[in-house]
Write a protein that binds this ligand. Structure first.
Ligand code: ATR
Length: 280
């Protein structure tokens, strides 16, 4: 049990304890709204995870976030909503009349960030999503829910894209990785959910000059904040949505569920996170 748990505290549960920006975000909102609450990091190994979740309130918490490697396993230990079940992973827990519920806020984090970055991104009939891991499933779910007609899903391992298409239906079209450039001229939205472009990883090579002038480019990677993909898109004058925006918007619902007030993603909060990313 951590020391100094505040009366209303949430936590981030992962293993091993990794550096996370979530405490910075939630502490900022608690301060900004004048609320008495806390947000801690709990490093819980796989063998202790079930006990910790089943006794979350006894450990002093009103809810929390879940990260690697527990995001899939938590579904069996909680009452997941439709979003968490569709994505196959949950990142946010809260008590609803004594029942520990689980949801996936990456979906709304992704969509809300796009909505704040451009007001007509959803006019696109065709979107191209790169990658077929857990983050991709959240993105695809959000795009389908929003009514995007066709989602081309490219992945190095095509079988993973086919599995997502099988789960979500005929509007998701698996695309071999080497065919990415051929669909670019008709996509109004390009999304990178792979780790390519992340600090220490190879860059993502996409011919952004083939995209239509009104296309929007989104990258889930936020270290670095400006990935080579976003830099190329901006150099062409395309609109972009970055991974930090998604990180901030996905945190809103958890805070609201735990502390009862809906916080705002302000320029001040973004600057705070940007300076933290610059230092790291
Ligand atoms: P997450 O749950 O965060 O989405 P993940 O399941 O590890 O993470 O998925 C990482 C994604 O990055 C996958 O789509 C992966 O492609 P594979 O399914 O073929 O592994 C993609 N990825 C990682 N390195 C890559 C590379 N060098 N080239 C192309 N895609 C890559």
């Amino acid at each position: 049990m951590p020391n100094q748990i505040k009366p209303h505290a949430a936590c981030l549960i992962g293993w091993p304890a990794a550096h996370s920006r979530s405490p910075l975000i939630h502490h900022h909102w608690l301060r900004a709204l004048g609320l008495d609450g806390g947000y801690s990091i709990e490093s819980v190994p796989p063998e202790g995870f079930a006990e910790f979740i089943l006794n979350l309130s006894k450990h002093g918490y009103i809810g929390g976030n879940i990260t690697i490697p527990h995001k899939e396993r938590v579904l069996k230990l909680t009452a997941p909503d439709q979003r968490a079940r569709a994505v196959g992973a949950a990142n946010t827990l809260w008590y609803d009349h004594g029942t520990l519920r689980a949801t996936n806020t990456d979906i709304e984090g992704f969509i809300d960030n796009l909505d704040h970055s451009s007001d007509d991104w959803d006019h696109a009939d065709d979107a191209l999503v790169l990658g077929a891991g857990g983050a991709s499933r959240a993105v695809v779910f959000g795009l389908l829910e929003r009514g995007i007609k066709r989602i081309h899903l490219a992945n190095r391992t095509i079988g993973r894209a086919q599995a997502i298409a099988h789960q979500f239906g005929a509007r998701v079209l698996p695309l071999p990785w080497e065919d990415i450039n051929s669909v670019l001229p008709r996509v109004g939205l390009l999304v990178n959910t792979t780790s390519l472009g992340m600090y220490g990883q190879p860059p993502l090579e996409v011919a952004t000059e083939r995209l239509p002038a009104e296309a929007v480019v989104a990258d889930l990677v936020y270290v670095p904040l400006q990935t080579p993909l976003l830099a190329a898109a901006r150099a062409r004058g395309l609109r972009t949505a970055d991974g930090l925006g998604m990180l901030l918007y996905q945190a809103v619902r958890g805070f609201e569920l735990w502390f009862g007030q809906r916080p705002e993603v302000t320029p001040e909060l973004r600057e705070l996170l940007e300076s933290d990313l610059t230092v790291a």
